[in-house]
Each structure stands twice: as C-alpha cells, then as structure tokens.
Ligand binder design. Structure first.
Ligand code: P6P
Length: 337
C-alpha cells in the first residue's frame, strides 16, 4: 500500500529532488545543493515561528525583553540570505526585506538568481495565523557579470518556485516545472516527507478569496465577478468566502480545495498590493503547474515583464474555469472601451 511504502521508504525532499536531478544526466547537482540550503532556511524559520508565541516569556527573536531582539521577518531574511550565499550556487538575491538586490561576491557566485519573501504575512504572527516563505528561482540569462536583467525576467522563465507554510504543520510546496509536490516536516526527523504527491487544483471551485473591505475601490470586472459569486444568476449556489489575509495560507487552500484568490487593483492602488517577483510569480507558477491559471487583469501573470524588483501587480489565480470567467469579464470591459 502506497502509504505503507512511504512509511518505511521515506521519500524526503532531498531524495525527491535527487530523483528529479537524475533525469538530467548533465546536471551537476547544483540545483539540489541550492534547494537544500533553502530547505535549511525554512526549517530554521519554522522553529523560530513555532516559538514566537513563547517569545514573550523567554525573549526569543521578535520580542524585546530589555535588550533589542531582531524582528522575526528581519531574522528570517538574514537566515535565508546567509544560507543562499553559503550555497555558492547563487549570483543575485532579491528579498522583500532588502530595498536593493544583493549581488553575491564573485568567489561565492553560482548560476541561480533567487527572489523571495522570507516571511510573508508576518503581521499575522502574534495572532497565530499561518504565514510563510515564498521563493522563485531563475537561471542567470547568460554568463559574465550578473545584472538586474537576470531577475527582471518574465515569470515564465522561472525554473522553480515554492513556498513553506508555517501553520498547524510545516508544509513545503515545490514545483521544478514538472508538476507540484507537497512535503510535510517531520520534526522528529527534521526532514520534509512527501505527503502531497502531484497536486492538481480542481478545475472549478466553490470558494472565492478576496478582501471585501476594498470593495468600494474595485473596478467593474472585479465587482461584477464578486457579485456573481454572491448572487449567481444561473441558479447555482453562491460561493463561500474564505479570506485569511496571509497569501501563503490563502493560496495553499486554493491549490488544495480549488476556487479563486484575488488581490485586484483598486482606485487607491492601481497595481494592487502583491509583489510581482516574490509573491505573484512563484504562486502563479505553482498554480499553473497544478493545472490552474493566473491572470493580472490584463495578461497571463507569468508573461509580465517586471521593470523594477519590488513592483506590484493585481492577481487573479486559482481554478482554471473560475479564472476563465474573470478573464472574460475583463475582455468584455476592454471591448467597451
Ligand atoms: P490585505 C500580507 O501582509 C500580504 O502581503 C499577503 O500575505 C496577503 O495576501 C495580503 O498582504 C493581505 O493584504 O490588504 O488584505 O490585508
């Protein structure tokens, strides 16, 4: 029985990636080494986040108990930057926490460019809501000196993307371009074990996920779509609203249960709120690899070509058929103009 097999034949993330690598005989194992450093960072952050609740008592990261302690998102960022640099497989890092891109010193340089949000949704830590690390990986465009052009590539050029969600369990979801797989941390082993092989998002879902508090500022197509979710005209049941306000948690639910997650543009923020490189692209990559789609209101999200490393974009991602309805509403609006 499959479950028994895994129970004794532990498919760890390391083994899984090495299996993947064996499909590319010319591969020198660089990606496996890079990923193992990302996984190390996630294990460390998982351990800190789980203690965050205790921090008030024992003054761990994120809380001040007299002397200044680093905030958890700053600490997480330092852990990931140091882990990625020490892998000697990266040349540029873009972090949500750093205004400027980090160019790795030449003696420690590799071919990969990693864009990441070390602790997305960190404002939710104090109330125990799930938060996460989100990352995307590009190969540098061509040899020679790394430049910003190596990270200002469309999302479709990513070779891998994933997130690690720190919630009731620590779940690592990864795609290297051939489907999506989920791994759960077994704290007793300190290993991520394959628990969600070959994740596929349902073609249509019963959930919509958006911050309804912004409804006053939505454009026509978004307002029309949400209205349709609440008051369907075809006699079908209304969709349920689920909004956690932590992108990793909302996207993880969408990936597993189906439905659609929206962070639309609005009058106050014409490009929405979420960042292209390390929120929109990695989540869009995963959703497409799981059979869904992701749209910006104008185009396929992965076709966007970023001009700045922290630029934002509206995002509508999830079940293929649900996003198709949103695309049709924006197309109809386009025709009117
Ligand atoms: P709002 C968290 O701050 C975050 O960056 C994402 O994780 C989340 O999806 C979004 O912002 C929530 O934003 O405006 O609904 O609170």
């Amino acid at each position: 029985h499959a479950a028994d097999a895994y129970r004794t034949d532990l498919m760890t993330i390391t083994r899984f990636v090495l299996n993947e690598q064996s499909k590319y005989p010319e591969s020198r194992g660089d990606f496996s080494i890079l990923l193992s450093h990302i996984v190390l960072g996630c294990k460390f952050v998982c351990s800190c986040v789980n203690k965050a609740g205790l921090a008030k008592l024992i003054g761990l990261a994120g809380e001040t108990n007299g002397e200044e302690q680093k905030k958890l998102d700053v600490l997480s960022n330092e852990v990931f930057v140091k882990a990625l640099v020490s892998s000697s497989r990266t040349c540029i890092l873009v972090s949500e926490e750093d205004e400027e891109a980090i160019f790795v010193e030449s003696s420690k340089r590799g071919r990969y460019c990693v864009v990441f949000d070390p602790l997305d949704g960190s404002s939710n830590i104090d109330c125990g809501v799930s938060i996460g690390t989100i990352f995307g990986i590009y190969l540098m465009k061509d040899g020679g000196e790394p430049t910003l052009a190596d990270v200002l590539q469309p999302g479709r050029n990513m070779i891998a993307a994933g997130y690690c969600m720190y919630g009731s369990s620590c779940t690592f979801v990864l795609s290297t371009g051939t489907g999506v797989n989920g791994f759960t941390l077994d704290p007793s082993l300190g290993e991520f074990i394959l628990t969600h092989p070959d994740i596929k998002i349902p073609k249509k879902g019963k959930i919509y996920s958006v911050n309804e508090g912004n409804a006053k500022n939505w454009d026509g197509p978004t307002a029309k779509y949400v209205e349709k979710c609440k008051f369907p005209k075809d006699g079908s049941s209304p969709k349920s609203l689920r909004y956690i306000g932590s992108m990793v948690a909302d996207v993880h639910r969408t990936l597993l249960y189906g439905g659609v997650f929206l962070y639309p543009a609005d009058k106050k923020s014409p490009n929405g709120k979420l960042r292209v490189l390390y929120e929109v692209f990695p989540m869009s990559f995963l959703i497409e690899q799981a059979g869904g789609q992701s749209f910006t209101g104008k185009e396929r999200a992965l076709d966007l070509v970023p001009k700045k490393i922290h630029e934002r974009s509206p995002i509508f991602l999830g079940s293929y058929d649900d996003v198709e309805e949103i695309i049709a509403l924006y197309a109809a609006e386009e025709k009117k103009e």
